[in-house]
Write a protein that binds this ligand. Structure first.
Ligand code: G3P
Length: 221
């Protein structure tokens, strides 16, 4: 499973990318607004050190506007993926952009049928939002299971990109279900490699090493 970071924060991205474990980035208008910078400038900055797919979302709601924005955004870098909302106009834009060879991430997906239509529009990625479904009392991860089953049965190539990930349990389930990608907040990335027994183990190894070194030094003096 590929791991994308869901942030527009440069420090977070640089820090996580240093590990070599980050395969791509997703941004959205809310994430960029939090940074207080110009959208295109931030995307350019990100693409200077991230070579995998970087999702950039259009703001227009109509087909013509989406296409206009997408044409500008793709000039930023060759790894820009155009993110369009899962609406009738977004699906239409997806189909046209894919015909032009542009990668597309269809976002704000909340149902299996929406995902099916995104795949039929040729989307490179479809982004079901699991956390936001959990928020309204629906099982976000069941949606992933349903979409994966449909895509398998129908032999659809669109990659399932699990989004709105709130905790490591979402990430674990995404991996176990066979999702193609999970985009995760910086906080979840840092939680994923940590375990208290790993820390306790390191402390014990270090303490044992120090005491054996002290014993060796006193036996040779
Ligand atoms: O990738 C989509 C994500 O940014 C939405 O997450 O936490 O705002 O639902 P959230």
């Amino acid at each position: 499973m590929k791991l994308f970071l869901d942030t527009a924060n440069i420090q977070e991205l640089k820090d996580a990318a240093q590990t070599g474990l980050i395969d791509g980035v997703t941004t959205n208008p809310s994430l960029v607004a939090k940074e207080g910078v110009k959208f295109e400038d931030r995307l350019r900055e990100i693409c200077e050190f991230i070579s995998g797919p970087v999702s950039a979302e259009v703001i227009s709601l109509d087909y013509e506007g989406m296409m206009r924005e997408a044409k500008k955004l793709v000039t930023i870098a060759k790894n820009i993926v155009i993110k369009v909302p899962l609406t009738r106009e977004g699906l239409r834009a997806c189909k046209s952009l894919r015909a032009d060879g542009v990668d597309v991430n269809v976002t704000l997906c909340f149902s299996p049928l929406q995902a099916l239509l995104a795949a039929k529009a040729g989307a490179t990625f479809v982004s079901p939002f699991v956390g936001r479904l959990d928020d309204i009392g629906q099982a976000g991860m069941s949606l992933i299971e349903d979409i994966l089953q449909i895509f398998r049965m129908q032999q659809l190539e669109t990659q399932v990109l699990v989004a709105s990930v709130r905790h490591t349990e979402h990430l674990l389930q995404a991996a176990m279900m066979g999702a193609d990608v999970a985009t995760i907040p910086y906080k979840v990335f840092n939680q994923a490699y940590q375990h208290p027994l790993t820390d306790i183990g390191i402390e014990k190894f270090l303490a044992d090493w120090k005491s054996s070194k002290t014993r060796q030094e006193s036996s040779t003096s």
